[in-house]
Design a protein around this ligand. Structure first.
Ligand SMILES: [Zn+2]
Ligand SMILES: [Zn+2]
Length: 375
């Protein structure tokens, strides 16, 4: 009898614990289950999942569709509003469940105004920011016009999105002037596949996220900050261990994105890289197990070549006065305003040449990189 009583007591205690501590309940948005408890999500035969990395030039924009739910992360620059508007139309989207502004920089928030003008929106998230730019104000105005307020996401929280789960990994720090490091970082899990969105998070934010101990592993990595050398640390990449990466970047951008530093890390890690500057819109579709990635053009482009020159300086062979240090790295054409590597086969005639010792100098003076030698 004593034995029966103690068994009964154990049963009562267990039942109480399960009720009080809360067995996972169907999530409402956003809830806070421990992130390390979710590695895969259940998918059904009728469910579907796709990510559209939209080519918005220099900037980011990704449309994520899961079952009947939709989410837009970033929208490119203000002038990309038209691209976003057209893309949503083409997909027959009249309502977005979520708009995520990764951070307040114009190449991310700008085109979101296009989405807010085109369709109704369920909820809008952005990091806490004091950003007061015209672009951000315009975005806020459009959000208010829909009768919404911008909400913030807590790192460590998660929410369901159709049959996928969205985990919030960052930002860890908000409201700083280093906007890139306030980027919302999301990992979306669908079945056994997962997608990491990093905004423009740089080394500092990557470090802070790593310190939290989150599981960062992902099938597809949206490379942070357009492939800038200040992001995608070895340590971060080792934790993500992606099979595929997408770089959202404009061709001939003035920043030298993507950088050789990042491309070589991706090369070393044996990652298959897709790029919007070379391949246009890139669509990734998952059935929960397997992934199909389809770029809209140039599917076999050599995406790991850098546009940045590895030539740092070459001894000058002329005595041009515009180059007092007598070091020529780049040769500009004063008529076409293009600049070239000294070994380019489309160099301008001698009398049209202008000489630069650094790439930045050429860009600052309003010259654009030649498309043949990609300086
Ligand atoms: Zn950016
Ligand atoms: Zn940024």
């Amino acid at each position: 009898m004593k034995k029966f009583l103690s068994l009964f007591l154990i049963f009562v205690i267990i039942t109480f614990c399960l009720t009080a501590c809360g067995i996972p309940v169907q999530n409402t948005v956003p809830t806070n289950p421990p992130l390390d408890s979710i590695y895969t999500t259940a998918t059904t035969e009728n469910s579907n999942f796709s990510v559209h990395y939209i080519d918005v030039g220099q900037g980011d924009a990704a449309l994520i569709l899961c079952d009947n739910k939709s989410m837009l992360i970033d929208g490119g620059k203000p002038k990309a509003s038209d691209i976003i508007y057209t893309y949503l139309n083409k997909q027959g989207i009249t309502h977005l469940d979520y708009i995520i502004c990764s951070h307040a920089d114009e190449d991310h928030v700008g085109g979101l105004s296009g989405a807010l003008s085109a369709v109704s929106v369920g909820a809008v998230y952005a990091p806490e920011t004091e950003a007061d730019t015209k672009t951000f104000q315009n975005f806020k105005r459009k959000v208010h016009k829909q009768g919404l307020e911008i909400q913030h996401l807590e790192h460590g929280s998660s929410f369901t999105f159709g049959s996928s789960t969205v985990q919030v990994l960052g930002p860890i720090t908000e409201n700083t002037s280093e906007r890139n490091n306030t980027s919302i970082v999301l990992k979306i899990l669908y079945g056994e596949t997962s997608f990491l969105f990093t905004g423009d998070a740089e080394f500092d934010e990557e470090h802070d996220i790593l310190e939290q101990g989150y599981d960062l592993s992902a099938t597809v990595l949206k490379v942070s900050h357009h492939g800038s050398a200040g992001a995608t640390s070895y340590r971060f990449l080792r934790e993500v261990l992606p099979k595929y990466a997408v770089i959202s970047v404009d061709k001939d951008n003035a920043y030298g994105h993507p950088t050789e530093e990042v491309l070589s890390k991706l090369r070393d890690a044996d990652v298959k890289v897709y790029r919007t500057d070379m391949q246009g819109d890139i669509i990734a579709e998952s059935d929960g197990k397997n992934l199909t990635i389809t770029p809209s053009k140039n599917s076999d482009a050599d995406t790991l070549t850098t546009k940045k020159s590895t030539v740092t300086s070459k001894p000058a062979t002329n005595k041009n006065e515009s180059n007092p240090k007598n070091i020529v790295s780049y040769i500009g054409n004063q008529n076409s305003k293009k600049f070239h590597l000294p070994n380019c086969h489309t160099l301008p005639a001698e009398h049209n040449r202008v000489y630069f010792s650094t790439r930045d100098e050429a860009i600052q003076k309003g010259y654009n990189p030649c498309q043949n030698c990609n300086p």
